[in-house]
Ligand binder design. Structure first.
Ligand code: ADP
Ligand code: MG
Length: 347
């Protein structure tokens, strides 16, 4: 029912960047290796996500707009070890209830695809469609039917900067995939596939930033025994998962000279999910205490891998919050690992 969808939408979608996040995670879940995003008016007027993922058949495409119709959970045990990024089946119906949405999708093995047009949650049209394999979703006029929500949107440039930051995070976490972000007038990000995270950092931020970053890798025993998903760039033979029951940190931290003015420079992924967590940020800031001024922030790109039972990613529908079973353990490990690296990198 549309009211329920609009209420759920309030939880999932608070600004264009959250639409981008949900669509992007769906594309990654669908195995896409090429993702192109177009936005107009900071995402207010248009957000279009085009991927080359596995696409959907017609029934699945229609089902995707029913609430809780996730194709990603088959049992309640699955909830404990979620390997895909989405799992609630709320995003698409929510987004469709507060925008005009066009979906085109085709599975590689089928000659005809499907086009669906929805406005304010109502299906207006279902048709055959051509086009390349994969899925394209265009979200137009976000919040057109919820004026109260629309009022909370910030300036176009602000919304656009949130979208750009978000896409940048995901591009950093998936160096082996092709990402593009365009506004009506500019190419904001073009990142063809590379092999290593360091190459991606070079690609996006340039050599000067890369020079200022120190690689980090550390692992420590936790307790439980499940194995986490490998970080996205390591699904090849060279990747060895952490030992059972271990917490692993890998990534990059900045030398003291590289300082930023806000905490948007701190990027953390926990078992492949982008996370904004106060505890982790606190651990990072502790590590830099007396090393950089309290008004600046370091640049951090870090991937935590831990047994899935050690972290609850199901705290909030927007999914950037997590709850650790052993919060102080994680906090201290983050702090101490970064501290060690900074101390040993001292000239
Ligand atoms: P969730 O991701 O939590 O399962 P969503 O509402 O985000 O829920 O998506 C609903 C369903 O639509 C997904 O489970 C998936 O089957 C399908 N889907 C959404 N986006 C794509 C995409 N880009 N490619 C293929 N399938 C998709
Ligand atoms: Mg999803």
């Amino acid at each position: 029912d549309q009211v329920a969808n609009q209420i759920a939408a309030g939880e999932v979608v608070d600004r264009p960047a959250s639409v981008v996040k949900e669509l992007l995670e769906n594309s990654l879940d669908a195995g896409a290796t090429r993702i192109r995003i177009d936005v107009e008016a900071g995402g207010r007027k248009l957000i279009r996500m085009a991927d080359n993922g596995h696409g959907m058949g017609r029934d699945d495409a229609l089902l995707a707009f029913e609430r809780h119709a996730t194709s990603k959970i088959r049992s309640s045990e699955d909830l404990l070890s979620i390997a895909t990024l989405g799992f609630r089946g709320e995003a698409l119906p929510s987004i469709a209830s507060i925008s005009r949405l066009d979906l085109t999708t085709r599975m590689a093995e089928e000659s005809t695809g499907t086009a669906i047009e929805i406005a304010g949650g109502k299906i207006l049209r279902v048709d055959d469609a051509g086009g390349p394999p994969g899925t394209t979703i265009a979200v137009q006029d976000l919040f057109f039917n919820t004026p109260a929500r629309r009022k909370f949107l910030k300036a176009e440039s602000t919304e656009l900067s949130h979208v750009t930051a978000l896409v940048t995070h995901y591009a950093l976490a998936h160096p082996e995939k092709h990402f593009e972000l365009h506004s009506a007038t500019h190419a904001l990000l073009i990142a063809p596939p590379v092999k290593k995270p360091a190459e991606r950092i070079f690609q996006i931020f340039g050599g000067d930033t890369l020079q200022q970053l120190i690689p980090v890798a550390a692992e420590l025993r936790m307790e439980r025994t499940g194995l986490p998903e490998p970080p996205p760039w390591k699904r090849d033979q060279s990747y060895t998962p952490p030992s059972p029951g271990h917490l692993r940190i890998s990534g990059f931290v900045s030398k003291p000279e590289l300082q930023k003015l806000n905490r948007n420079s701190i990027y953390f992924f926990v078992n492949r999910r982008l996370v904004r967590d106060r505890l982790i940020v606190h651990g990072v800031i502790e590590a830099y205490r007396n090393i950089i001024p309290p008004t600046s922030f370091p640049v951090i790109l870090m991937f935590l891998e831990m047994p899935p039972e050690e972290v609850d990613v199901n705290v909030h529908p927007a999914k950037t919050e997590v709850r650790f079973r052993q919060p102080s353990f994680v906090h201290d490990f983050v702090r101490d690992t970064i501290r060690n690296v900074l101390v040993s990198a001292r000239p």
